[in-house]
Design a protein around this ligand. Structure first.
Ligand code: ADP
Ligand code: TRP
Length: 356
């Protein structure tokens, strides 16, 4: 954590446990970046409030994500790890930045429209025209309202990033529009006041192709809303059961046949978790039609367990040590607050909030 390294920032909403998709898709990037950059990773509890209404679940999930991040290898000596609400400067910056954000541009954000539809209990229609959803939002009864907090989600995310003067933001594809808005808000603020206050951040990708972890249900990606996840904290028995139930086909009918999607997915998972010789063994068995999917699944379950077991075991130790978790978060918040307070003081001055 030195001053001349470029700043990397990323946050996750505490909405549930981490799964293999998160591990190979996102957390992997964080673990590599903490070795080379000035990294700040946080738990976006204020963002979770835009869709979560259960206080106890929120609190539990904050602890859960922290424990899983630490268990997977995020190192508080290398990266600052903090909870968003522990940095109150962000809330004031959010208020200030909102003065330069248009309601229209927020209403046109894809993630807002999706979540607003859900909040109103509407089905997503592919041919839906934009006016309809906007009319529905404005006309909605107060017990089915779409909150102002949900609308201004992108302002808060921009503030998370701009407050830390982050150059790189490792996020998944679904976050690209939010990042684009962040750049737009930064540019607008700088131009409006004729300053160079904010840095325009970019997504971070390593050069190797982005990983897409498939589900075990035959198609698509592993994801919380798909209900097809292998969680890092799954108990061995439950994990084995999930893998043994994975969708397969009737087996290769001729040597060197092409693979169906469910089988290709099993091999993708095997490639992520097993050694090259194990992968080769099963590829050869598939090619000469001697493969038994039951054996492949048994092997896959054990190899996944090799990855997840140390994490699962550490999670419980970490969860049991609240004093340690508090220390990590206090240290992370102190660093994040120092930077956020500096940015806030500059922004207040620029905008004319000055002492008489
Ligand atoms: P989910 O899709 O389960 O709700 P999130 O949206 O919370 O997961 O995921 C956080 C990040 O984890 C994403 O931005 C993405 O980078 C990564 N991720 C999630 N699922 C996968 C997957 N199946 N393969 C690769 N990366 C994934
Ligand atoms: N919106 C992000 C998500 O849903 C979480 C997030 C909030 C975030 N603030 C951020 C990510 C700042 C990166 C940087 O996954």
């Amino acid at each position: 954590m030195t001053n001349n390294k470029e700043v990397v920032l990323s946050g996750i909403r505490p909405t549930g446990n981490l799964h293999l998709g998160n591990y190979y898709g996102a957390l992997g990037k964080f673990l590599k970046l903490q070795e080379t950059h000035d990294c700040r990773f946080f738990i976006a509890d204020l963002h979770a409030l835009t869709t979560n209404t259960d206080p106890d679940a929120l609190h539990r999930n904050v602890k859960g994500i922290l424990a899983e991040y630490l268990a997977a290898g995020l190192d508080p000596e290398k990266a600052s790890i903090f909870v968003q609400s522990d940095v109150p400067e962000l809330s004031e910056l959010y208020l200030l930045l909102n003065m330069h954000v248009g309601i229209g541009e927020l209403m046109r954000t894809a993630s807002f429209k999706d979540k607003a539809r859900k909040a109103l209990g509407l089905d997503k229609k592919d041919d839906e025209n934009e006016d309809d959803i906007e009319k529905q939002i404005i006309g909605a009864s107060t017990n089915k309202r779409v909150s102002a907090g949900l609308l201004t989600y992108p302002t808060l995310m921009a503030v998370d990033i701009l407050a830390q003067k982050a150059r790189w933001v490792p996020v998944g594809k679904d976050q690209m529009q939010h990042l684009e808005l962040t750049r737009r808000f930064a540019r607008r603020f700088n131009q409006f006041y004729g300053v160079e206050e904010f840095i325009e951040p970019e997504n971070f990708e390593f050069r190797d192709a982005p990983v897409k972890v498939p589900g075990l249900d035959g198609s698509g990606k592993m994801g919380k809303s798909e209900g097809n996840c292998i969680y890092l904290i799954d108990e061995p028995k439950a994990l084995r059961k999930k893998v043994m139930r994975a969708v397969t086909d009737e087996g290769p009918q001729a040597p060197n046949s092409p693979m169906s999607e469910p089988i290709a997915n099993l091999f993708s998972l095997l490639e992520l978790t097993s050694t090259p010789d194990v992968v080769k063994h099963f590829r050869d068995a598939y090619a000469d039609c001697s493969i038994r999917y039951g054996d492949l699944k048994k092997q896959l379950a054990e190899d996944i367990l090799n990855v997840t077991t140390p994490i699962r075991e550490r999670v419980n130790d970490i969860l049991a040590d609240e004093a340690y978790m508090r220390r990590v978060l206090a240290q992370g918040a102190e660093r994040a607050r120092a930077q956020a307070a500096e940015t806030l003081a500059e922004v207040r001055h620029i905008m004319g909030i000055r002492k008489i």
